[in-house]
Design a protein around this ligand. Structure first.
Ligand SMILES: Nc1ncnc2c1ncn2[C@@H]1O[C@H](COP(=O)(O)OP(=O)(O)O)[C@@H](O)[C@H]1O
Ligand SMILES: [Mg+2]
Length: 168
């Protein structure tokens, strides 16, 4: 099985399911990873992140970092940086923020609206794409590195016992 082009696509009927997918992803992670979340306003990016962050041990609210650009969660089990770049005007702003420091070894980095941070943003290990479906959302989790592929394989086993589909 090749490391690239592997992806899992699932239909998620409601917000609780969206958070549950985030929690399953949390269980599948090992070490630091960079995860990009792509989808329209209201697609469910923050909901998925919330499920993930809470499953890693955060108790309390997970606010959308729309205005702050980034929220950091320093947990016993993980260091998480949750970005929302929707309001980013110029990717150079990210360099002023000290972007490199956020991608230190071991940190889990979640990025909503990653396209607004290109080309300054480091490459992702997993790219999550969320689209509106007739009932709920269609979510695709694609591996874009070897570390991402490992996580994806575990996620597939957890979620459905499925193998990642190739060439999606
Ligand atoms: N799979 C889903 N099906 C139906 N509604 C969802 C789903 N995931 C999230 N939602 C709802 O969509 C709305 C927007 O979610 P949010 O996570 O804030 O989106 P985003 O961060 O992509 O803008 C919320 O009301 C949330 O409860
Ligand atoms: Mg959001």
């Amino acid at each position: 099985v090749s490391a690239h082009g592997a992806a899992l696509t699932v239909h998620i009927p409601d917000a609780a399911g969206q958070a549950a997918l985030g929690a399953a992803l949390a269980q599948s992670l090992e070490g630091g990873l960079s995860i990009h979340l792509v989808g329209d306003l209201g697609a469910g990016k923050t909901t998925l992140c919330r499920g993930l962050i809470c499953a890693l041990g955060h108790a309390g609210p997970v606010k959308s970092p729309t205005y702050t650009l980034v929220e950091t969660y320093s947990l016993d089990t993980a260091l998480i940086h949750h970005f929302d770049l929707y309001r980013l005007v110029d990717p150079a702003e990210l360099e002023d923020l000290g972007l490199r420091d956020y991608f230190s070894a071991g940190a889990l980095v979640l990025v909503e609206w990653p396209e607004r941070g290109a080309p300054v943003l480091p490459a992702a290990d997993l790219a999550i794409t969320i689209a509106y479906a007739e009932m709920g959302r269609r979510v695709t989790v694609a591996a874009t590195s070897d570390a991402g592929r490992l996580t994806l394989q575990r996620l597939c086993a957890l979620w459905s016992g499925a193998e990642p589909q190739m060439g999606v």
